[in-house]
Design a protein around this ligand. Sequence first.
Ligand code: MLT
Length: 253
Amino acid sequence: MHHDEAGTGTPLLLIHGFPHDRTLWAPQLAGLADAARVIAPDLRGFGAWADDRPVCTMEDHARDLCDLLDALHIEQAVIAGLSMGGYVALAFLAAFPERVRGLVLCSTRAGADTEEGRKGRQATADRVLREGTAGLAEELAPKMFSAATRAARPGLIADMRTMIARQRPAAVAAAALGMARRTDRRPMLPGIRVPTLVLTGDADEMIPDTESRAMAAAVPGSRLVVVPGAGHLVGLETPEAFDRAVRSFLEQV
Ligand code: MLT
């Protein structure tokens, strides 16, 4: 499992979303290295990890991440996931609760896909296997930022398009089909006993901030941070706000 790492102290495992790779977290490797041991891996199939399994579930990704912690001799980490990474973080907590020092759920949701959502995942998988990832990149990249950022910082959208377009179609399909099969984690939220930060932007066009508000309301003692004006990729779009929220959370865990 390829990963980037910076800093020392509390391990902070940053899990990228769909269909990203570990470079999503470049701002945090620079910005949080003085506050934590920041670890940003590629999920199976993405970035530098070539893998051809046809379906990759959130539990598969969680197991891979646990193997990574083992390999790094890390007993416990703060598990932080963005969007699909948040689905993986909840799967990780369900499977390996003793390895979780704290939880950061960013721009994500706890529920499973609807029937319509599952059909959309299948269509995405079929499409990338048929035509590659360029078209998906064209479509998804702009939606991952706020309208203001789209207008003011086109370079950020272009970089995201490039990141998505370079992912392997097989991995994108496997992750889409894995997300379609994911478990509804809402029932576990009231039982979460680790410090939890729920973080989102109020201009997220992929997953509305109502999802984060509902998760924060359900997890006892959790902290909610809604970044004004930020879209889906809060850590990339507004790294100062993301890092500030995580830094202050790390002081609590
Ligand atoms: C992501 O950014 O990981 C996706 O928006 C997650 C999803 O499609 O549900």
